[in-house]
Design a protein around this ligand. Sequence first.
Ligand SMILES: [Fe+2]
Length: 470
Amino acid sequence: MSKPFPNSIFLSGNFAPWPMEGDIHDLVVEGEIPRELAGTFFRNSSNPQFAPGPNYHWFEGDGMIHSLRIEDGKAHYKNRFVRTARFEAERLAGEALFSGMGPSEPDPRIEGVSPNASNTHVLFHAGKLLSLWEAGPPHELDPSTLETIGIWDYAGEFRRERMGAMQPDIMTAHPKIDGKTGEWIGFGYSPMAPHLVYHEVSKEGKLTRSDELDVPFSAMMHDFIVSAEHAIFPVFPAVFDFAAMAETGSPLSWQPERGVQVGVLPRNGVPEDLVWISHDPCFSFHMVNAVSEGNTVVAELWETPRLVFTPDEKTRPSAPNLHRWTIDLDAGTVKDEKIDDSPGEFGRIDERYVGYDYTYTWSLGSIGIPGMDGSPDGFNSIFRYDRKTGSRVAHTLPEGDSFGEPVFVPRNEAAAEGDGFVLTVAHRRAEDRSDLIILDAQNIERAPLAICQLPHRVPYCFHGSWMPAE
Ligand SMILES: [Fe+2]
């Protein structure tokens, strides 16, 4: 018999896992789903199948994929766990075996079992739907059934010796797909050497490059930024410090005296071309996009003064704000401007412009929530930023409701930048269930084009993406 879940902010409200896998044919829809919209919206959520230990963190749950397939004006829902080796070992044992990030003795039943929870992102590239986790390889899924096919190691090419054994290598959960070339630009980071490896995958899905890069110190690297010419690795001072773990309970130590070290690698260069530029201490989980003009790179990202990994009464997290970095490669400087006082996160663009000059960003936003500290509960709005005019418009939900990450879908392949739809899953607190909301991307402040009603709750997801119908 399963044990009850412990008390934790990461296991209550809309963080709480959803235990069921299922299918819903033809959701009730308010409004009208645009007929041009044909494809599937995938989301990945952290969703522990068994009661975890008392120090559970939101980042540690089993991946659960939620799909919303849209066709002929109808929406259909499906959700499945990602069947990782970890998931199967725990299913066999009938209880959680992985203890999480704090110090503990490993359970002998997990010897040789990867901790890969595959819970962070899901995206479609080169004919494969891949579920991603930042400390291990992707898992391939069947886009129709959500069945887990297995670890994807790029036809055996994506392997590296780590900890004395050849194994599938590590791929970030935040690759960038070049908006013009279709190349997958990624990296893997690890507290164990090699600490940083740069990866490129062709539009056709072939691994074309894996280069080990030197880093100034070993830190958490959740995301990075890519322009047409450069790959940019901001190394924030959230440093791996296992010696301090027994005292702090976390493998990460905040060391602001190290500052931020921004690595800039020319995409057509070699590892020796990597340069490091120092910046004042700050932290960012997510970046939006970058544009190179000669020896200047302009990038936007969600920035906080520091990382607070586990909120408690002494250290509250702070909500991120949208910032613009102007990286001057000749002067070796980073100019950092805050461009919105309202909190936001999870900015997405028209992905045909990843790495190139762009105008629009759609993001989570927060308006009028006192004490907003970056919790998903407080993101009651979707923002649309116009980078060229500096304007921002918002769509704000009724009190108590909150949005998930918005994803832009172009109206068709030939549509102008930003002409299309924004898809997002909202949590309705009073009814404790969720809706798929479809907004007109150029008029997000207006009433939704369609609200596809789910009878149940989709827990807060991290990331997801759109796969167009063939
Ligand atoms: Fe992320």
